[in-house]
Write a protein that binds this ligand. Structure first.
Ligand SMILES: Cc1cc2nc3c(=O)[nH]c(=O)nc-3n(C[C@H](O)[C@H](O)[C@H](O)COP(=O)(O)OP(=O)(O)OC[C@H]3O[C@@H](n4cnc5c(N)ncnc54)[C@H](O)[C@@H]3O)c2cc1C
Length: 414
């Protein structure tokens, strides 16, 4: 039995804590914000086992100017941030060639194909099935031309084992009658589901884990110092600076993992893809499932506390200032699809952790096998959290991983 610290209480960190406790370890969780204080709080809630197509793909070269200049584009770049963003952006473009894109999609499909296995036991053991809504996600295209343009990616998904059903305008309308008849085509993804409240799910998971022996420290980890027989953490707990020693440390700090990895010898080009949500209390019954709008880059998901409209991408670092234009775009677009929507509440900003090749970092640090990484899950961290937690537990146990971890090594950027 080992003494293991987990840094970060999002989908990845709490799932890691689950699998580590299942192995009988003593586990301490560090997070200054508590359970679901990061990107895991406000996502669209979809278990998107179909999302193997990374944002970086060959169409980026054709579409980027439009995405950067159109007023209805779901992608925005803060130009003043460009100098800091440049290395990531160049890496992103380098990974958008047909060959590298196919390699990333294949690696993501391998993860996604096993993602359900990361949650099956957890949902049962921790009594969390009550948050799961078994309604398949529907992805919609308002223009037939956009649908045709995305055919190659849909075909690649099929080749990589994703099962979907393509719907025409009438079938979309029959499935979701409250939607305006704006949508020419839809794709319904088999085996996908969603959560009724991602944050409540994680808070319930944390409470169950505490009952099973998890120690929780409301503390920020500021330093990681691997040593021969353990790892020392420097923490800020309230106003107190402390140190703690553990046998192993799992870095699951989402978009904030870059500085921690750098202390362990790995300079990873991690960036935040900032995303937003709005909540519409009382509007959840308008749709029966998560409904995505491809051209506008967002989902509308029925949740326990209302309809959540979540998505868009802003490249502007980790600062707290929200982009009102993107929040307006979400509201205006959601109302166009569902005119019955009232006024939104809770404008929320979250940071998706993204590497230039669209793949997460999973595996050991360069400085020490006692520091294990699980971060960089971009748009699919809810979906891949359970599996990533299994990988962390395998690494601590010294078990062969269920996956070939080579494509996900931090050292791929060295
Ligand atoms: C708008 C939007 C919609 C999305 N929709 C979906 C979806 O439908 N399906 C899906 O699968 N994914 C979705 N995602 C992506 C998903 O939310 C993220 O990939 C996922 O939440 C990442 O989880 P994480 O545990 O790695 O990071 P986080 O949830 O960000 O958790 C990291 C935690 O680490 C803590 N932390 C940071 N630094 C430190 C430190 N130094 N010491 C201690 N703790 C620290 C933070 O407080 C935070 O709680 C969406 C994201 C956004 C923004």
């Amino acid at each position: 039995m080992a003494d293991v610290a987990v840094i970060g209480a999002g989908f990845v960190g709490l799932s890691s804590a689950y699998w580590l406790l299942q192995d009988g370890h003593q586990v301490t969780l560090y997070d200054p914000a508590g359970a679901a204080g990061g990107a895991s709080f406000g996502n669209a809630g979809t278990f998107a086992n179909y999302a193997c197509i990374p944002v970086n793909n060959p169409t980026v070269f054709r579409d980027l100017p439009h995405y950067l200049l159109s007023s209805t584009s779901p992608l925005r770049l803060r130009w003043g941030y460009l100098p800091q963003l440049a290395p990531w952006l160049l890496g992103f473009l380098r990974h958008s060639t047909a060959m590298r894109y196919t390699a990333s999609a294949t690696a993501l499909a391998t993860l996604l194909g096993r993602a359900q296995g990361g949650y099956t036991d957890l949902l049962q053991q921790a009594d969390l099935q009550r948050f799961v809504r078994a309604r398949e996600c529907l992805y919609l295209y308002s223009s037939a031309a956009t649908f045709e343009a995305s055919r190659p990616s849909l075909e690649l998904r099929t080749k990589l084992g994703v099962h979907s059903r393509i719907l025409d305008r009438a079938e979309v309308q029959a499935l979701e009658p409250a939607l305006q008849p704006l949508f020419a085509r839809g794709a319904l993804f088999e085996g996908s589901w969603h959560l009724s409240d991602p944050a409540a799910f994680l808070q319930a998971l944390q409470a169950w884990l505490v009952h099973k022996g998890l120690q929780v420290r409301v503390a920020q980890v500021q330093g990681i110092r691997p040593e021969a027989d353990g790892v020392v953490l420097d923490t800020l707990e309230g106003k107190a600076n402390n140190t703690a020693r553990h046998g192993y440390v799992a870095v699951c700090a989402g978009a904030h993992s870059k500085a921690l990895a750098a202390q362990c010898g790995d300079h990873v080009p991690l960036e935040a893809e900032r995303g937003y949500h709005l909540m519409y209390p009382g509007a959840a019954p308008l749709v029966s499932r998560p409904v995505g709008w491809a051209e506008r880059g967002f989902y509308m998901t029925p949740m326990a506390r209302g309809l959540r409209v979540a998505g868009t991408v802003e490249l502007a670092g980790l600062g707290p200032t929200k982009h009102q234009g993107l929040l307006d775009l979400l509201h205006f677009s959601a109302r166009r699809a569902l005119p019955a929507l009232g006024e939104p509440t809770e404008p929320w900003l979250g940071f998706r952790p993204t590497l230039p090749d669209g793949l997460p970092v999973l595996g050991r640090s360069s400085a020490s096998a006692r520091v294990i990484y699980a971060f960089g899950h971009q748009h699919i961290g809810l979906t891949l959290g359970g599996l990533s937690g299994m990988v962390v537990a395998d690494q601590v146990a010294g078990r062969a991983s269920v996956l070939d971890l080579a494509p996900f090594a931090a050292q791929r950027f060295a």
